[in-house]
Design a protein around this ligand. Structure first.
Ligand code: HEC
Length: 151
């Protein structure tokens, strides 16, 4: 083989490796950065947070059982089995004796984690901690319109 042939072949090889490498990158799906907001909530909830960032997640994921207004009357409510009803989250008396930590636990780890029905699913695979906190804030601000009152 002549010298220039060797050189041409190595250039062609190099180029095709670059093309392959690029094609590989292009196929790799773009990882979407999750929108992690770092709102901190006061466990006793001062009610100062007024955003409704949790609204869309609540409507899309909780409403099917708890209903859009939280009354426990979503379309799936009747299908959960004998005697199992989604909690009425609009009941201010009821939610004002539940701390945000308790709500966080039941939402993140599911009903079973606090001795309630397994029909209340765990959301840890679906939401970040921050998103769960936003949902709690939405429930406090717009569903029960209540704060936590320590007894
Ligand atoms: C598949 C139906 C279903 C879905 C979806 C669902 N829940 Fe529930 N949830 C239940 C049921 C049923 C209970 C009542 C469990 C019991 O009484 O043993 C419950 C209980 C709860 C409680 C406990 C209240 C208490 O202290 O007793 C909270 C808080 C709650 N759900 C919030 C949510 C939120 C927030 C979402 C959305 C992220 C959600 N749930 C989605 C069925 C559901």
């Amino acid at each position: 083989m002549k010298r220039y042939q060797v050189r041409t072949i190595s250039i062609v090889l190099c180029l095709s490796m670059m093309v392959f490498a690029n094609a590989g990158f292009a196929k790799e799906p773009l990882k979407k950065e999750r929108n992690r907001s770092h709102i901190e909530i006061d466990p006793t909830n001062t009610g100062t947070y007024t955003g409704d960032a949790g609204k869309d997640n609540f409507i899309a994921n909780c409403s099917p059982c708890h209903g859009d207004t939280g009354k426990g009357d979503g379309p799936l409510a009747e299908t959960l089995g004998e005697g199992v009803r989604p909690r009425n989250l609009s009941d201010g008396k009821f939610l004002s004796v539940r701390s945000d930590e308790f709500l966080f636990k039941v939402i993140k780890s599911g009903g079973v984690s606090v001795g309630l029905s397994e029909s209340m699913p765990s959301w840890k695979e679906t939401f970040t901690d921050a998103e769960i906190k936003q949902i709690i804030q939405y429930v406090r601000n717009s569903i029960c319109k209540c704060k936590y009152k320590d007894k």
